[in-house]
Design a protein. Structure first.
Length: 165
């Protein structure tokens, strides 16, 4: 289906008129009419606003599916060795550190959209939830270790103090 047909379908499913979608998204009514008739296509900002108003992913509007293409994990990494993967992650982290918070948010939104397109929203949400759980668990262990170390330091200080006294 075309973008216009997908937009009409999504708008109909939410029960919005073109005018209501215009008000809710901030995209002009004439632009929405142009998208739906196929005369024009939205830019990135307009696509984002429409998706937020319709509570739908860009993939659904652009391709009519959450997973327009879904290569295997082997294809994703294309034979990269573990060291190459670590280097690529480090490079990405180094480069994104140079960006503003807003720019990093935009990159994150883009990456999440690409990953959802390849793997589906359910799988990505599960992965992110699992990652957050691991991070929270690790943070808990770090806090416990810090407390244990602090306790040991205090005991050592007390021993030194007693030896001097």
């Amino acid at each position: 289906m075309s973008f216009g047909a997908e937009l009409i379908k999504a708008r109909s499913l939410t029960g919005l008129t073109q005018s209501q979608l215009s008000e809710k998204s901030g995209v002009s009514l004439s632009a929405i009419k142009g998208y739906e008739t196929g005369r024009t296509l939205p830019g990135a900002r307009e696509l984002r606003e429409l998706c937020q108003a319709l509570k739908i992913s860009p993939n659904m509007l652009l391709w009519g599916t959450e997973t327009p293409y879904a290569p295997s994990n082997e294809q994703l990494f294309n034979g990269l060795e573990d060291e190459d993967k670590r280097i690529n992650r480090f490079r990405l982290a180094s480069l994104t550190a140079l960006l503003t918070f807003t720019e990093r948010q935009a990159i994150q939104t883009l990456v999440e959209g690409l990953v959802i397109a390849r793997h589906g929203e359910k799988r990505v949400r599960e992965l992110l939830t699992d990652s957050e759980d691991v991070l929270l668990t690790m943070t808990g262990h770090i806090v416990e270790a810090q407390a244990a170390l602090q306790s040991e330091i205090e005991q050592m200080r007390e021993q030194v103090k007693n030896q001097k006294g």
